[in-house]
Write a protein that binds this ligand. Structure first.
Ligand code: SAH
Length: 390
């Protein structure tokens, strides 16, 4: 077994349980350090800290899989982790669709598994987890007897690990255009060509939160993707719903989803740039009872954080101006680079510029199938705010 010996002076982060070990925290490596190898991590005085996988190509040299000295990393280990993740989701009330594995927060760093009823979509985002793909697929087969498993590893972050971008079947081929139920509604999911794993499960609990404020309302939704929030709004009794997305394909799928739920007369979608359109409609004096925004992250790196701040402020300012006095703004942010406090500051700056007062209805995170470990910042990423705009 390869041993990774840490420096004497390391931060409390690792000692307190964080699974990442950076190269500059390591004193020496004894044994085989080939990328993907399972290693044992010890303190400078050789006390066992945990077992994990190493990749000398990555800035994060080791990611820990276990802190339990008795636990070895083998096929059974992955089976046990997947089973306990599934038991946890069931305990929380998820029966059909859920993020089954949310990486670090499920103690399986860089592994994502989304369960869409009988179909599973996998992302292995680091070399050390990628090598265990056969064991992971095997565990899914044993626990769920699924109708299909698909790999959506067409993600640039894999290149930092020396891995190629790829997608394809990990089971016998199947029709990757599937249908799921969420909150009593039906949605088509394009597993092969949809964004990320095909569907944003992280908003599934939040979509229910708009239930009361949309009744009888004229609703505008921007960044709608396949129309999930908007179709919920129509089903919850909105008078009219208009959804906007820059992607023609997303808008087509959103219109199809509206028809699938019989709300196509009250719920329409258009392919436009939300930044341009919201600005123009503000000038035209258009007003809505509810405006919903769910923009992309605007940046992937800390260096570009200002770009994200400007983006969020600008779109929320434009959105707020379209809300009737006493109406509601429903707004989200999906990057861990902007944490809750900063997000709230941005919303307040927008309110100040719009000369509006806000009264918070609710402030939530991602849905509970994406667990949060408070000290691990990358597990805290989604902010979901409903606020009255007075
Ligand atoms: N609300 C959706 C997820 C939205 S993801 C859901 O719950 O499923 C963000 C969406 O914003 C993507 O579909 C992307 O196509 C869209 N988008 C990105 N830039 C945009 C822009 N300038 N105008 C409109 N839509 C945009």
């Amino acid at each position: 077994m390869t041993t990774v010996i840490l420096k004497k002076k390391i931060g409390h982060r690792v000692l307190n349980g964080h699974p990442w070990i950076f190269a500059n925290e390591v004193q020496s490596v004894e044994g085989d350090a080939t990328g993907g190898t399972i290693v044992e991590v010890v303190t400078y005085d050789k006390k066992f800290l945990g077992r994990g996988y190493i990749n000398p190509k990555s800035q994060i040299l080791v990611r820990l899989l276990t802190r339990n000295k008795q636990e070895s990393i083998d096929d059974q280990f992955f089976y046990n982790r997947l089973l306990s993740a599934w038991q946890y989701r069931q305990q929380l009330g998820y029966v059909e669709n859920c993020r089954l594995i949310f990486g670090e927060a499920d103690f399986l760093p860089q592994l994502i598994i989304d369960k869409f009823n009988d179909y599973f979509v996998i992302q292995t985002l680091a070399l050390g987890i990628d090598v265990w793909k056969p064991a992971i697929v095997d565990a899914i087969n044993k626990i769920f007897k699924p109708k299909g498993i698909y790999e959506r590893n067409d993600v640039p972050v894999r290149e930092l690990e020396g891995l190629p971008q790829q997608k394809g079947f990990l089971s016998a081929p199947f029709n990757t255009f599937i249908q799921i139920n969420e909150n009593g509604l039906k949605f088509n999911v394009d597993i092969e060509n949809g964004q990320k794993t095909g569907y944003f499960l992280d908003q599934q609990d939040n979509r229910r939160a708009i239930q009361h404020i949309v009744k009888g309302a004229d609703v505008l939704g921007a960044f709608t993707y396949t129309g999930t929030f908007e179709i919920h709004a129509a089903a919850y009794g909105a008078k009219s719903v208009l959804g906007l997305d820059i992607s023609e394909l997303a808008v087509k799928q959103a219109n199809d989803n509206a028809a699938l739920n019989g709300v196509q007369d009250r719920c329409k979608f258009e392919a436009v740039n939300a930044f341009d359109v919201l600005k123009q409609w503000g000038k035209d004096g258009r007003q809505y009872d509810v405006v919903m925004l769910d923009p992309p992250s605007f940046t992937k790196t800390r260096d570009n954080i200002q770009k994200a701040i400007t983006g969020y402020k600008e779109i929320n300012l434009r959105g707020m101006k379209l809300v009737k006095p006493g109406g509601f703004l429903v707004t989200s942010s999906c990057t861990n680079l902007v944490q809750s406090d900063l997000f709230m500051e941005i919303i307040q700056m927008a309110a100040k510029d719009a000369r509006r007062k806000l009264r918070q209805v609710c402030f939530q995170a991602q849905s509970a199938d994406h667990p949060i470990i408070n000290e691990w910042e990358n597990t805290k990423y989604l902010k979901f705010l409903i606020t009255q705009v007075v």
